[in-house]
Design a protein around this ligand. Structure first.
Ligand SMILES: [Zn+2]
Length: 310
């Protein structure tokens, strides 16, 4: 009986072991398979990761190449822009030059136009070989107000464009208590001839000394006049001793007037009363150089013609 129990017990133990072994084997297989699965997943993940990282590298390389390309194109564009700016500058400079040339041309045309309208005789030196044409008449004359004319004299006329300079000079002289009066201003050729005839009758050939043609030609211009003071009266050499004459010597150039025939000149007899309008610029420059009108070259004097009434 005891032996059969033992056999039974052994049988139970053996069965139990077999079952346990089978279970463990199954469990082992299951876990193995799970590990394999996990390993597969890991590998897959690693692969995936590696691939996406590769993509990034490629993309980064592409981006870098694109940036390099863009930078290159930008530098070209900048260079083109600089060139365009240089072209624009050149074009602007050319335009400015052209405008300057136009301005110069307009200026030249303006000067030429002004010159063409300015009477060349107004600054002409008259000599024994150069006379003013007997038919010459000034462009426009204006009547000198009687208050400026020596009492007892007839109506006097002066060049219309030069009148304002004469009026200012006479007014300023009056302000300085200098009583300047006009004895004779514009004279036509006929009047001159008549006057010369009178002088010739009175003084014979000696009349040529102070009424020679060139002296009176200046009166025919309309810009020349004889001045005196009521105390002196007519156009006499004694005018040179008056304060009025001194005032004229010091101030007449400021108004554009010059003394045509100063003392000891080599052209004509001394005429302290005989003043000619030549424009402020020329009168001022002659005065500054201490030179007389008739001592300067005609070519040099002519340069002042364009601004004679400025
Ligand atoms: Zn005179």
């Amino acid at each position: 009986m005891q032996r059969s129990y033992l056999v039974y017990a052994l049988g139970v133990i053996t069965l139990t072991l077999a079952v346990t072994t089978t279970y463990l084997t199954w469990q082992h297989l299951t876990q193995r398979s799970h590990i394999d699965m996990l390993l597969k997943e890991r590998n897959f993940f690693l692969l995936e990761n590696a691939s996406s990282s590769n993509t990034l590298v490629v993309e980064r390389a592409q981006a870098s190449s694109t940036i390099t390309d863009l930078a290159y194109r930008l530098s070209i564009t900048e260079e083109e822009l600089r060139e365009t700016e240089r072209d624009l500058d050149r074009e602007q400079n050319r335009n400015e030059e052209f405008e300057d040339q136009l301005d110069d041309l307009a200026g030249t045309i303006g000067v030429l136009d002004k010159l063409s309208k300015t009477d060349k005789e107004l600054l002409q030196k008259y000599s024994k070989v150069y006379f003013l044409n007997e038919n010459y008449i000034p462009q426009r004359l204006t009547k000198i107000d009687d208050s400026y004319v020596l009492p007892g004299r007839k109506e006097q006329y002066f060049h219309a464009s030069a009148w304002k300079f004469l009026k200012e000079m006479l007014d300023d002289a009056a302000d300085d208590a200098i009583d300047l009066k006009v004895v004779s201003a514009y004279r036509s050729f006929d009047e001159q001839n008549e006057l010369k005839g009178q002088y010739t009758q009175q003084y014979g050939t000696g009349a040529n000394a102070f009424s020679a043609d060139q002296g009176f030609s200046e009166h025919q211009l309309g810009t020349t006049l004889d001045l005196t003071t009521p105390a002196v009266g007519g156009p006499y050499t004694s005018f040179a001793a008056t304060p009025a004459y001194t005032w004229l010597q010091e101030n007449a150039h400021k108004y554009g007037f010059i003394l045509s025939y100063p003392e000891n000149n080599s052209f004509y007899v001394y005429e302290p009363w005989h003043w000619r309008f030549v424009g402020e610029d020329l009168a001022r420059d002659l005065h500054a150089a201490d030179v007389h009108f008739y001592d300067w070259e005609q070519r040099k004097i002519d340069e002042y013609l364009v601004s004679i009434f400025d």
